[in-house]
Design a protein around this ligand. Structure first.
Ligand code: ZN
Ligand code: ZN
Length: 318
């Protein structure tokens, strides 16, 4: 049998906040390798020990990282085997060092979280801040690197036992998801009037939708700031928003729940529809078959924001 070897692996790129440590943990434990993975200022550091074929196989698999990750550089060095290695693989406490790692951008809700969001049996049913290792806010809640919960705006929200269990379970898709939250332990919605006083309502999203349909202009606090919103099909409400913003002609972005709900307003091709549904959810300029001034503007916007903002359009069906 080949002698045990140990390797140090340094990974740079977009490797924090993308489920990279859980990914490495799974690759290592599946192959019976030992050692550790941790974040530091420069990216991800791995030390791994085992048989040479298993180590080579691990390195091959490492080059196909999770969806949101991007490896810019990967350096492997041989180390002497560690006789004190405890024959286990762990996610170690983050190290410090000069910060050169990339901060991962926010990513729109993934298909798994979207299914949970509208599943009445799920404990995150209609929870607007749902996220996992494959989706959710990153950049807008990161105050410092390494990317760990105490360095994010989630630091003030202690995980409840259910969320803590998911966070610790290597088989769970929220294993080491730093912004993990639920209605019990995470941020909540509040509705406030124009003076900033809280308004007592049973269901903030339903009450917001009601006000939008009544022609009001609302400010929704999203991940990166406030969005001023109104019903794009209500000409009086749009005119009021234009007046308040002193924006006479420049188009507003139109927010839509999905592509199906956009189809009667704009024309798009395959590439444009794909862009609209990509994890980046960019603002996409689309052709409108209607003359200017008729219909909800000329842009379709679905940039990453709390899934709660998409709940309005579904409120009648939940
Ligand atoms: Zn997700
Ligand atoms: Zn929780």
């Amino acid at each position: 049998m080949a002698a045990i070897q140990r390797r140090a692996i340094r990974v740079r790129g977009q490797v924090q906040g993308v489920g990279f440590r859980p990914f490495v943990y799974r690759l290592a434990t599946q192959r019976g390798l030992s050692g550790f993975v941790r974040n530091d200022g420069a990216g991800v550091e791995i030390e791994i020990q085992g048989s040479p074929p298993a180590l080579d196989d691990f390195l091959r698999a490492l080059r196909q990282p999770p969806t949101l990750a991007r490896i810019d550089a990967l350096r492997v060095d041989e180390l002497p085997p560690d006789p004190w290695d405890e024959n286990a693989f762990v996610i170690a406490a983050s190290g410090g060092g000069a910060v050169t790692a990339d901060i991962t951008p926010d990513s729109a809700i993934c298909a798994h979280c979207l299914a949970e969001l509208f599943d009445p049996r799920d404990r995150r049913y209609r929870y607007p801040f749902i996220n996992c290792t494959d989706c959710g806010p990153r950049y807008t809640l990161t105050a410092a690197l390494p990317y760990d919960r105490p360095n994010t705006s989630m630091a003030g929200f202690a995980l409840c036992p259910d969320c803590a269990r998911e966070y610790r379970d290597p088989g769970d898709r929220r294993f080491h998801a730093q912004p993990n939250a639920c209605p019990v332990c995470g941020p909540r919605l509040t509705l406030r009037d124009a003076e900033g006083q809280p308004v007592a309502v049973d269901d903030v999203i339903a009450a917001t939708l009601e006000r939008l349909l009544a022609g009001e202009v609302l400010a929704i606090k999203g991940l990166g700031g406030f969005h001023l919103v109104c019903d794009a099909q209500n000409a009086v409400a749009v005119a009021r928003l234009r007046q308040r913003k002193q924006r006479d002609a420049k188009p507003f972005a139109v927010m839509a729940a999905n592509i199906a709900s956009l189809a009667c307003w704009v024309e798009g091709d395959e590439t444009e529809w794909r862009l609209l549904e990509s994890p980046q959810r960019p603002i996409v300029l689309l052709r409108s078959p209607r003359p200017p001034g008729e219909g909800p503007g000329e842009r379709a916007d679905s940039s990453p924001r709390p899934p709660g903002e998409g709940l309005g359009g579904r409120a009648d069906s939940v």
